[in-house]
Design a protein around this ligand. Structure first.
Ligand SMILES: [Zn+2]
Length: 117
């Protein structure tokens, strides 16, 4: 797929994600706003992880939004989209199709997830 196609897919994904965030923000189960969670994520992801656990679903969507925006920026700036940010290898095409916003290949993602938990 060419970058323009990815861009279109990412923009659709961004729209869905924004709608989901808006929907979750309105729900009374979430005591924090998306903005507060974003600030926490920016500060220190690992340290604030406990705090945001009650808002995990919302936090997941916000994180995804960040990834989508990053991926779009990558395309805009003409950088090589579709390469893993950790090891630089090409990300599996099937994986990219499912999650065009993912910054990592499968093996790096698995490694990073193990580090977190
Ligand atoms: Zn990798």
């Amino acid at each position: 797929m060419i970058n323009q196609d990815w861009k279109k897919q990412l923009e659709d994904e961004l729209k869905t994600t924004n709608e989901e965030i808006k929907f979750l923000e309105k729900s009374e189960d979430y005591r924090e706003t998306a903005e507060e969670i974003t600030n926490e994520l920016d500060e220190d992801f690992t340290e604030s992880e406990d705090e945001i656990v009650g808002n995990q679903q919302l936090a997941d969507w916000i994180q995804r939004k960040h990834q989508i925006v990053n991926a779009l920026e990558k395309i805009e700036s003409g950088k090589n989209f579709g390469n893993c940010e950790n090891c630089g290898l090409e990300i599996n095409a099937r994986r990219l199709k499912l999650m065009p916003y993912t910054p990592y290949c499968v093996s790096c993602q698995t490694k990073l997830e193990k580090q977190v938990s």
